[in-house]
Design a protein around this ligand. Structure first.
Ligand code: SF4
Length: 632
């Protein structure tokens, strides 16, 4: 956790109160034994088992010792033991949690099975079991509580390690030959630190309560030492004579336990979210585009100067989407094309209000189906998304809940947004599955997503978008995971759906041939900006060197199969390190001094705009059929 996140957790009222209480308890733990340690041990035969008096506000115990002073002095021992147990628990949990990643497959499975078995037992039962094994007393209680909490901590570590282990950078480190221990220390543990900190804080509260429980049962701290649990047990013997003797240590246990737990909860709330959002908004310079278009009454999507920024490591911001202006009219089919990292998918997510939490989305104007979503509440945006905008993602397997039948998932859309009854919603789901040509839709509606083939899942995803009456369908790489035949079927289906419903379609793809098959207009993006916009019919007259390079890399029937496919030399720039001027310059054959200044979009022909100082005018030697393979 960074300093900013700690600050955000402490600015939260609950976090501030919890932190204040913990500071108070820490001060008490330090000073109480020094100031009142001896007085708390003093016996007074003249004041045995007294109730509240002016000299002893909470009364005295069976030996005449002041209960208030004993509760205050017990703070150090109670907190110290709880924190020691937490430290041992976290260490044991982390070791058990990473062991499966270090050991071989068989031994790793054995450890995982043992952890799962231990998690199935109630914590208190485990603590009692270990307390009997380790013996009565403070040391036994510390070990018992630590080991009882370790399995659930180990499970948390295992789950988080498994999630991080699949990331690209871990794979890259493996390929680079980084050893297991180094991989864990450098790549895995630092990336799961946040949930561990949160759970360790909550665990401290739990340990405190468990300690009180064991001492209360006579299994924890033994006389003459005393902690809050022991004082609670002694006080309960005389609860009808002097209730304060039991209440005071009980309240101390509850308050300290709550303070730890609430601090953990506050940290959990801000981890990775609020701290980022509270950064000062990124400063933006005006987009280098042609003058913003006049509002178009027929536009179903109108974005002017759309920007998506993410916090950078140096405290600034990077802009993967940097001033995109885009208009899509009713019934129109527009393709957004570009290499990975061009910002096309993030543009779509920002339009649909699905950008990641850490993203800062701004726009001069953003209207989707007549609604300006920026600045709206989550509920309003959910309504907008569910009824007017449909998203079709690249991998429907991850977009469907694997444990829910497909029909029920489709029906949920209308049940939530239109308050439709169960039967009617399911009937509509079956109807929509039929619309997207899923065979035997009644039977298929009762199947789970894994029982569908890849192409059929994609059809079901489109059917889900049609459960309401969308005005805009955004399909983000909908055919990338499919083979060529199924890809064509899905594209044809999108075309038919568009023709039947009159919805506008925005198709996002890295493949300009796929876009040319379905769309009327193509928007080419590079390094977070639109670099060319033109009708599909004018692809042969593409003016921007990048669009021409994309077209040149499309294989056709005349392509020599024995030679490697043409690619664009070089790589797109990192959003955090874009060159001044034209971002394509390092890869462009026509770059010169003029290109040190960033070009804006300007008209090169009716309906065609390009952001280039030297737009190409010589027509390319290709036909639309050659680009689409005859599928347009
Ligand atoms: S502006 Fe210059 S560098 Fe950029 S695409 Fe045009 S010619 Fe190439």
């Amino acid at each position: 956790m960074g300093r900013e996140q700690w600050r955000a957790a402490l600015r939260n009222p609950v976090g501030a109160v919890a932190a204040g209480l913990l500071v108070l308890l820490a001060i008490l733990a330090i000073v109480a034994p020094i100031l009142w340690g001896d007085a708390a041990e003093e016996t007074d035969p003249a004041a045995l088992s007294q109730g509240s008096t002016s000299e002893h506000p909470l009364g005295t115990d069976a030996l005449g010792r002041d209960i208030l002073l004993r509760v205050l002095v017990a703070t150090r021992y109670s907190l110290g033991l709880a924190l020691l147990a937490t430290a041992i628990c976290v260490t044991a949990g982390v070791v058990l949690g990473v062991l499966p990643a270090v050991l071989g497959r068989r031994a790793g499975r054995l450890v995982t099975a043992a952890v799962n078995l231990a998690v199935a037992f109630p914590g208190l039962l485990l603590a009692l079991f270990f307390a009997v094994i380790f013996g009565v007393g403070a040391r036994g209680a510390v070990l018992a509580i630590a080991l009882a909490g370790a399995p659930s901590f180990a499970r948390l570590v295992q789950t988080n390690v498994a999630a991080v282990a699949g990331r690209d950078y871990v794979a890259a480190a493996r390929v680079a030959g980084v050893g297991r221990f180094r991989l864990i220390a450098r790549h895995l543990l630092p990336n799961i630190g946040e949930p561990l900190v949160v759970n360790a804080t909550v665990m401290a509260g739990t340990a405190l309560l468990s300690f009180a429980g064991l001492s209360f049962l006579g299994l924890g701290v033994q006389p003459p030492a005393y902690d809050w649990g022991r004082l609670l047990g002694e006080g309960l013997d005389r609860i009808y004579i002097n209730p304060a003797a039991a209440l005071a240590p009980g309240v101390a246990v509850v308050v300290a336990g709550l303070a730890f737990t609430l601090l953990g909860e506050s940290i959990a709330q801000v981890v990775g979210v609020r701290a980022v959002r509270r950064r000062r908004a990124p400063e933006t310079e005006p987009a280098m585009t042609a003058a913003a278009a006049e509002p178009d009454g027929d536009a179903v999507l109108a974005a002017d100067d759309l920007r998506v920024a993410f916090p950078a490591r140096d405290g600034g911001w990077t802009h993967p989407v940097d001033g995109v202006s885009l208009t899509v009219r009713r019934g129109e089919t527009v393709g957004i094309v570009g290499e990975s990292g061009s910002g096309k998918s993030l543009t779509a997510l920002a339009v649909a209000q699905l950008a990641p939490d850490a993203a800062h989305v701004t726009a001069g104007r953003l209207e989707v189906a007549g609604v300006a979503p920026l600045g709206r509440t989550g509920a309003e945006v959910r309504d907008l998304l569910g009824t007017r905008v449909a998203m079709v993602f690249q991998d429907p397997m991850t977009s469907f809940n694997p444990s829910m039948r497909v029909g029920r998932q489709l029906a949920e859309v209308t049940r939530v947004h239109e308050r439709q009854g169960k039967r009617a919603a399911l009937a509509r789901a079956v109807d929509r599955l039929r619309t997207v040509r899923v065979p035997a839709p009644e039977r298929r509606a009762h199947q789970y997503p894994h029982e569908f083939s890849g192409g059929m899942r994609q059809r079901a995803m489109i059917a889900m978008g049609l459960m309401s009456t969308p005005e805009l369908i955004i399909a983000d790489e909908p055919t990338t995971a499919l083979d060529v035949t199924v890809q064509r079927q899905v594209l044809r289906l999108l075309k038919d759906v568009q023709a039947e419903t009159g919805a506008a379609v925005v198709l996002i793809s890295h493949d300009i041939a796929v876009v040319a098959q379905l769309c009327e207009r193509v928007v080419v993006m590079y390094a977070g900006r639109v670099v060319e916009e033109l009708p599909v019919g004018r692809l042969g007259a593409a003016a921007h060197p990048y669009t021409r390079a994309l077209l040149a890399s499309v294989p056709d029937l005349a392509t020599d199969r024995d030679r490697p496919l043409a690619t664009i030399a070089g790589r797109p720039p990192d959003p955090a390190d874009r060159p001044e001027g034209c971002a394509f310059a390092p890869r462009c054959d026509f770059a010169d001094d003029a290109c040190r200044v960033r070009p804006g979009l300007s008209a090169v022909a009716p309906d065609q705009r390009a952001a280039c100082w030297h737009p190409r005018s010589r027509p390319l030697d290709l036909t639309l059929d050659a680009v689409t393979g005859g599928q347009a």
